[in-house]
Write a protein that binds this ligand. Structure first.
Ligand code: ARG
Length: 308
């Protein structure tokens, strides 16, 4: 049985889209509610890029041996942490470990919903030790961690909405893990097939703008060509009003964004996407994490949300 959970009443800001034509809006129309953007306080887990490097290639973005400016990576990551805190969100930190250069991509370490975690089981041996460190911290925090039997990369391939979890497969997370996650977290899971190796995790091809936990309906942006035809159909049916992102914006990992329902923190390079978000009543918050792009990650990859 799936229960629709109401968010805590700790909204930061409510913005009514002033473009809504008041004259054609009946008194009790839901139209202006639909365009209301309300931020909800979030809890994030992040991990500093202290040991960030590109020493192996497990996605199409990584070129081993490319020069990595670690100080720049740390400064960019720190600015992202400060951005979240300035927006009123909480950021907890996971201790970085030497020899795990991708650990900054904390989103991949687990999927945490309603005080329960479905752990990670990384596809590539280079990242497998990260799962243990994530599970350890979560357990210390009193969160029950379900150990996966199948390959799964946390929020890289699972994006949480109020009424369902969107799940990617094709490059990393196994379809079996979708079934396992649904059982572990007692939420419906909708499987989506990724087909373009440049967009190897769901969070590189699809961004949740509004999770549907508040007044407004769930809202997403995605790159249609990153999905198989049947998954495109699924997305069209579930989200007929979604933003279809351009390939140019997706190629700067513009969809690797983090929204609190009102503020959308996204890579500064995704300019057109930022304009389209603003047109919908969101406030884009551009940040530069370009050093991390060398490993194929951006804003969302650095951010594991603990969903209420
Ligand atoms: N180099 C990392 C990998 O290939 C990047 C992970 C990015 N994380 C994400 N959530 N998409 O696994």
């Amino acid at each position: 049985m799936i229960t629709h959970r109401r968010p805590p009443q700790e909204a930061l800001v409510t913005v009514l889209d002033t473009r809504t034509p008041a004259r054609s809006t009946p008194a009790h129309s839901t139209l202006d509610r639909v365009t209301a953007r309300t931020a909800r306080v979030r809890s994030y887990l992040m991990c500093a890029p202290t040991h960030f490097d590109v020493t192996y290639a497990i996605n199409a973005w990584m070129q081993p041996g490319i020069h990595v400016d670690r100080d720049r990576a740390v400064a960019q990551w720190q600015a992202l942490v400060e951005t979240y805190r300035a927006l009123g969100h909480s950021v907890e930190l996971l201790e970085p470990a030497a020899g795990l250069p991708d650990m900054v991509f904390a989103a991949n370490g687990a999927l945490v919903v309603d005080g329960r975690a479905y752990g990670a089981r990384f596809r590539h041996v280079e990242r497998q030790a990260e799962a243990v460190l994530h599970a350890g911290l979560l357990r210390e925090q009193g969160i029950e961690v379900v150990e996966p039997a199948h390959t799964t990369e946390g929020e890289g391939d699972f994006l949480v909405l109020a009424s369902m979890i969107l799940a990617g497969t094709g490059f990393r997370t196994s379809l079996h893990a979708h079934v396992e996650a649904a059982a572990a977290l007692d939420r419906p899971v909708v499987s989506l097939e990724l087909v373009d190796p440049r967009f190897y995790h769901l969070d590189t091809a699809l961004a949740v703008l509004d999770d549907g936990n508040g007044e407004a309906p769930a809202d997403i942006a995605y790159l249609p060509s990153a999905f198989s035809p049947h998954s495109r159909r699924t997305l069209r049916q579930l989200f007929p009003d979604a933003i279809e992102c351009s390939e140019a914006d997706a190629l700067v990992l513009g969809l690797n964004a983090v929204s609190d329902g009102h503020h959308v923190v996204l890579p500064v390079q995704a300019r057109d996407l930022a304009v389209r978000l603003a047109e919908r009543g969101y406030t884009p918050v551009p940040v530069d994490v370009s050093e991390l792009l060398k490993a194929g990650g951006s804003v969302k990859c650095c951010t594991q949300e603990h969903h209420a």
